[in-house]
Design a protein around this ligand. Structure first.
Ligand code: GLN
Length: 544
């Protein structure tokens, strides 16, 4: 096989949640910063065709790409680190692999052969891995294998890696194995045995790790690195520690310091240079040296889980750095909010963001929160369901349509200010059938959105079924909630603003998916700025 693209496989051992995605993204950043066109792909060994049907308690946020793929949240890290859009090709699940193989079987493409895990499933996996490389767009493809080696469901992936390493030849591929080196406080010692066993498990499948990245809470001393190298068949310089960092954005520099990029490039027969991390380090400097702080209430129903609103939390980090402000995000459970406790729960905040979501639970609390901030002129940012709640609140309390609702929550409401599009009405399948991916939107001159984006037309990513009901548009606009962003093809309302308010913006799309370190999202940047202004105004008012 001749190839110009180089392939890096990242596997994990000992336990899950070691941060394979962050290591893959950090390495990709270092390679990109040396001029190598790099992309990252995630292979997920579960049977769902995509994570779109998984609830956030199971799998955290579902990340959406420009081409409308519902994907694993690690793709969000890839985009935030690299500032390059990903696509459906960057996330493949076992469900998708099997679906494709079974479809081929039904079409008779296997010409009467018995269809088997090896070679048919493994061939399909190999094809998906090489699809990005064969596009000619990348010098290096990093493939992260989800799960932990030794899992039954990971086996076909590890086998595909074994075959690919063989097919690609020595200098064209390598394996990075991420493990845990636990610290036993009773013994006062770091332990290498789990890593040794994990490498052995990998070897049983015929895969040799070229590089070990060891997650640890304490510095790995030299003798321990030597021991790991000796027992695990890797060079000493290829034993890299991944020590707990105060921010994930420190990890590229931590990897650079230990030469992970140099070891990788040497093994792949590529030149290494000094990576250009100027923009990255400027961001880090601003992130770590805020001049002041603001507190934003994040109102949602999964707020106890860090991963459910991953992209929103990261977008606040980018926007905070841009404003040189530390953004404290205060999670507020919408289910426990009501008219009686709303003042106590929200009055100290400098702004609120009402989160995306599905279903009825917690929506009345969200509506109460919107009412409070609209009336008290506190900055408001509503995303997707958050925007829909803003429209419902306005219809109920300003237009006096007391039963206004979304047909998602009340199919029989007399005032469906949020409803299903015609094209959605006959859809019965849940997977991949929402309005997904990138859509354009025209902005109304002089609106907040127009000033913030500094553009007449924008492209943003969607993931929802329900929409602003245009039958109510004139009535709503006449009372002061203005549709400031309209989809030019469908006429759907994508942005609403309340005119008599310093910063009240609801968006039907998900701006958080497009915020990156290099390009913080302008709406998040402007919202943080508005929150700061609100804080300073309140401070002046209390001093006066
Ligand atoms: N549940 C709403 C809809 O489907 C909003 C979805 C979301 O917030 N992503 O339209």
């Amino acid at each position: 096989m001749t190839t110009t693209t180089k392939y890096i496989f990242v596997t994990g051992g000992v336990t899950s949640s070691l941060g394979k995605g962050i290591i893959a993204a950090s390495l990709a950043k270092l390679l990109q910063a040396q001029g190598y066109r790099t992309t990252i792909q995630k292979l997920d060994p579960y049977i769902n065709v995509d994570p779109g049907t998984l609830n956030p308690y199971e799998h955290g946020e579902c990340y959406v790409t420009d081409d409308g793929a519902e994907t694993d949240l690690d793709l969000g890290h890839y985009e935030r680190f690299l500032n390059v859009p990903t696509s459906q090709a960057n996330n493949v699940t076992t469900g998708r692999i099997y679906q494709s193989v079974i479809d081929k079987e039904r079409r008779g493409e296997f010409l009467g052969k018995t269809v088997q895990v090896i070679p048919h499933i493994t061939d399909e996996i190999k094809e998906r891995v090489q699809k990005l490389g064969n596009s000619g767009d990348y010098d290096i493809v990093i493939t992260e294998i989800g799960g932990t080696v030794g899992d039954i469901e990971s086996l076909p992936y590890i086998e595909a890696v074994r075959q690919l390493r063989w097919d690609l030849g020595d200098n064209n591929g390598l394996v990075i194995h991420l493990t845990l080196v636990p610290y036993l406080s009773a013994a006062g010692e770091l332990k290498t045995k789990p890593t040794q066993h994990s490498v052995k498990t990998l070897m049983e499948s015929g895969v040799m790790a070229d590089i070990l990245v060891c997650r640890t809470e304490h510095e790995l001393p030299m003798d321990l690195r030597k021991k790991l190298a000796l027992f695990c068949n890797v060079r000493e310089e290829a034993v890299i520690q991944s020590i707990d960092a105060s921010t994930i954005y420190d990890v590229p520099n931590l990897m650079l310091k230990q030469g992970l990029d140099t070891v990788v490039l040497k093994k792949l027969g590529l030149q290494s240079h000094q990576p250009n991390l100027t923009r990255w380090n400027e961001f880090l400097k601003r992130h770590k040296n805020p001049k002041t702080e603001v507190t934003i209430g994040l109102i949602g129903k999964y707020v106890e889980l860090q991963d459910s609103y991953k992209s929103i939390l990261e977008a606040f980090i980018h926007a905070g750095a841009e404003n040189e402000v530390k953004v404290h995000v205060e999670p507020i459970h919408s289910e426990y909010l009501n008219a009686d406790n709303i003042h106590a729960k929200l009055s100290h905040l400098n702004g609120i963001l009402v989160a995306p979501g599905f279903g009825e639970r917690g929506i009345e609390g969200k509506i109460d929160a919107v009412k409070y901030v609209r009336e008290n002129k506190m900055p408001f940012f509503g995303i997707c369901l958050g925007m829909q709640m803003a429209v419902i609140e306005f219809a109920r309390n300003v237009l006096n349509l007391k039963d206004a609702n979304s047909t998602e929550m009340d199919a029989k409401t007399a005032n469906p200010v949020i409803g299903l599009m015609e094209s959605q009405k006959d859809i019965t399948e849940k997977g991949g059938t929402m309005r997904l991916g990138s859509w354009s939107c025209n902005l109304k001159p002089n609106s907040i959105a127009h000033k913030v984006y500094k553009s007449n037309t924008i492209e943003e990513r969607h993931r929802h079924r329900f929409e602003f009901n245009n039958t109510y548009k004139d009535q709503i606009e006449a009372s002061g909630m203005i549709a400031t962003g309209i989809n030019p093809e469908t006429n759907l309302v994508e942005i609403v603003e309340v005119s008599d308010h310093p910063w009240f913006v609801g968006v039907q799309y998900h701006p958080e998916y497009k915020s990156t370190v290099a390009n913080p999202h302008p709406l998040f940047v402007a919202f943080v700025k508005a929150a700061l202004k609100h804080k300073n105004k309140n401070k002046r008012a209390t001093m006066a």
